[in-house]
Write a protein that binds this ligand. Structure first.
Ligand code: NAP
Ligand code: SF4
Length: 675
């Protein structure tokens, strides 16, 4: 008997059967562009071995002009077909199924060659697209059908035609981007002609016994987006045009509403997909912020969809489905929806991987193999660096003793999980707890390790983390001055008017914590939708509330300061920084750069601006919170070295600057993989 009967039930498509209701949604990892085909194959085969029902590749360009960027991967030659065969053969050998996504980026292409229904630049690309003429449109259709035909020749089990997220086909559907007056624009019938023509030609090219998924934007979240009537009309036409499955797209990439970030409630948009259920007879997939089998099961049980798409959770854990099916759901490494190692990498031109699982997309390079000789290893510090080192070493057969001064594991993760919008960190700490137990790591919690404790170990790993950096501001020792640790960990009382000094990741976290108060919109879907201005798409075109966001009033008046003369928050995550900035703006946080801190007293913070210390003023505050970065805590490492030990020093204890859980986990895992 399983806890997830609906999720694990097969799905019969007539000509083929999927072994369960789990789709690994498309992710652009950048792997295909490496042209290291054994590596690409290893990535997908690992997920196939983990029993996912069907996978979709990252978007493959149908032609040069449709590629997301110049040089984007696609099936352009016989050699490309042969290369992709390496991948599909590996997936099939592992018992899996894989579909290739055909992604035409239209005006989202980061290329001067980009094309679109109308010559309207998107807010997220510097290039004005060329408006296609009739021959140009025919070429795009034909290239997409050819891409599907080649996908079949390369051994794929299907294709996904990307029709959502504001890409090319989606651009034809709405007047926001389609101003044409010919047969491809104007009425809705005309605007949906292109996606339907593409689908018909794709189906014609691949035959009947091939999976064709159409990814349909169910809620555009942009002005002049589709109405829900239009969505249903399109879905029915998509079915008639030959699609085997409809997948859900949520929001255009240019939408100013978060759709997958960690502050988005779990399964936040499945209610939108549910509106389509019963309106078409082919299976419907729902998507976005589903990261646990229990959530996925509940979504299916509620009748919101026939199948569930999860993408990033398969970076965090290739064995998601196999673990869920064998009663080991607690062992699934959770995707915390941080984007730090996946989407932020993609948008920085780097290969995607995962903060929680540095092996993702590095399956052929980062090997965790049984140790040739079991050693006794001491790890000091149970933050992300120490925890990953301990788990990896134990998984390899070493005997690991983990020392932690605190009475609980987690280190800085325990502060992150207190921040509204970062609740997913709780699951990460719980996962570490489970895995320490299951891998047999001996835990010495509430035990500050000394040099004496560490004698006799074959290897010593020091992961003692960081301490807050104290700035040098007159008055910083005052009774009204706290550090972020006092606030987030020790829950010190904080007044109604607050000045935060330091606007890095932690300054932003503390600001969000202080303005939200007891409110957790991430755990209250209706509140979250209301705050961000998401409306029922049956009532409002595109699902946008015409009145915009409706933030609940802030719990405190917060001012966030930094010395750098740039916009605070500019260096936060590439794909999530805007959400943090927008959240604080909605809550009336005054964010200022270029500040000199003259002094702190009981009235607040006295500041001035610029090199000349101009515009001297007092920012009144009941409480001042210092979030001014960190320094390595390496006293133990230094004392061990002084008596001749050679400890491995990792994480913040090694380098405090720009430390985050991604670097800590990566470093801990890689070190222990080689011991
Ligand atoms: P941080 O990002 O280095 O920010 C430190 C802040 O303190 C900066 O605003 C800096 O700005 C200011 N500062 C530094 N030295 C100062 C001094 N002597 N006097 C006054 N102000 C000073 O460090 P953090 O915020 O503590 O974050 C630590 C790490 O955790 C970062 O790497 C961050 O990426 C990571 N983190 C990430 C997230 C996330 O959402 N991804 C969240 C939390 C933490 P000025 O020098 O301009 O004043
Ligand atoms: Fe999920 Fe973060 Fe890993 Fe991306 S990096 S897969 S968002 S945990």
């Amino acid at each position: 008997m399983t806890d997830y009967p609906q999720l694990l039930a097969p799905l019969d498509l007539g000509f083929t059967t999927l072994k369960n209701r789990v789709l690994m949604g498309s992710m652009h990892t950048g792997l295909e562009e490496t042209r290291d085909w054994p590596r690409v194959a290893a990535f997908y085969a690992a997920r196939a071995r983990g029993d996912v029902g069907l996978m979709v590749t990252g978007g493959m360009a149908p032609n040069r002009e449709g590629g997301v960027f110049p040089g984007a991967a696609g099936l352009f030659s016989d050699q490309d077909i042969a290369n992709h065969r390496v991948v599909t053969d590996a997936v099939h050998a592992a018992g899996g199924k894989i579909a290739m996504q055909i992604l035409h980026a239209g005006r989202y292409a980061y290329s001067p060659e980009c094309v679109a229904p109308s010559a309207i630049k998107s807010p997220i690309s510097p290039f004005v697209p060329k408006e296609l003429d009739e021959a140009g449109i025919e070429k795009q259709i034909s290239d997409m059908a050819t891409a599907a035909e080649r996908a079949r020749a390369a051994g794929y089990d299907g294709v996904e035609v990307m029709g959502s997220e504001g890409y090319f086909l989606n651009q034809f559907l709405v007047t926001h981007t389609n101003k044409r007056t010919d047969r491809w624009g104007g009425s809705y019938e005309n605007r949906m002609r292109l996606p339907l023509e593409v689908l018909k030609r794709v189906r014609g090219a691949v035959g009947e016994d091939f999976i064709v998924i159409y990814r349909l934007s169910m809620i555009d979240l942009v002005p002049d987006g589709s109405t829900f009537d239009e969505v249903v009309t399109l879905a029915r036409a998509v079915e008639r045009a030959g699609a085997s499955i409809i997948n859900t797209g949520i929001g255009w990439h240019e939408a100013r509403i978060p759709t997958i970030a960690t502050s988005v409630p779990r399964a936040a948009f499945t209610w939108v997909t549910k509106k389509l259920m019963g309106k078409v007879s082919i299976p419907v997939i729902t998507s976005n912020r589903i990261n646990h089998p229990a959530v996925a099961e509940a979504v299916l049980k509620s009748g919101a969809a026939d199948m569930v798409s999860m993408a990033r959770p398969f970076l965090a854990d290739a064995d998601f489905v196999a673990k869920a099916a064998s009663g080991r759901a607690a062992e699934i490494a959770p995707c915390i929806a941080c984007n730090q190692a996946c989407l932020d990498h993609t948008f920085s031109g780097k290969i995607s991987t995962c903060l929680v699982n540095p092996r993702a997309a590095y399956e052929t390079e980062l090997l965790i193999t049984p140790a040739p000789k079991a050693k006794n290893i001491a790890v000091v510090g149970a933050g992300p660096a120490g925890l990953s080192a301990a788990l990896t070493a134990a998984a390899r057969g070493h005997h690991v003793t983990l020392f932690e001064a605190d009475s609980r594991i987690g280190g800085q993760l325990n502060m992150a999980k207190e921040v509204p919008g970062k609740e997913e960190f709780r699951g990460l700490v719980e996962w570490f707890e489970t895995m320490l137990e299951r891998t047999g790591v001996e835990q010495k919690l509430g035990h500050r390790a000394s040099a004496d404790d560490l004698s006799g170990f074959d290897d010593i790993i020091i992961a003692t983390g960081v301490v807050p950096r104290m700035p040098d501001i007159p008055g910083q020792g005052g009774a009204n001055v706290l550090t972020y640790i006092d606030v987030l960990r020790d829950r010190a009382p904080v007044g109604a008017r607050v000045v935060i000094i330091g606007a890095g990741g932690i300054g932003f976290d503390v600001a969000e914590y202080l303005v939200e108060g007891d409110s957790h919109p991430t755990e209250d879907l209706q509140l979250w939708l209301h705050e961000w201005g998401v409306a029922d798409p049956e009532l409002q075109r595109g699902g946008l509330n015409p009145q915009g966001p409706h933030p609940t009033p802030p719990a405190r008046k917060v001012t966030l300061l930094q010395r750098k003369a740039e916009k605070p928050g500019r260096r936060l995550g590439k794909t999530t920084g805007w959400i943090h900035r927008a959240t604080l703006k909605m809550k009336g946080v005054d964010m200022r750069g270029g500040v000199n801190y003259e002094r702190i007293d009981e009235q607040g913070v006295h500041v001035s601006f610029g090199e000349n210390h101009a515009e001297a003023q007092l920012i009144e505050a009941d409480t001042v919170v210092l979030c001014t970065g960190q320094l390595s805590q390496r006293a133990l490492a230094d004392s061990l070295q002084a008596i001749g030990y050679k400890p491995h020093v990792i994480g913040g204890a090694e380098i405090a600057a720009e430390l985050d859980a991604k670097r800590a986990i990566d470093q801990g895992t890689r070190l222990a993989a080689g011991l």
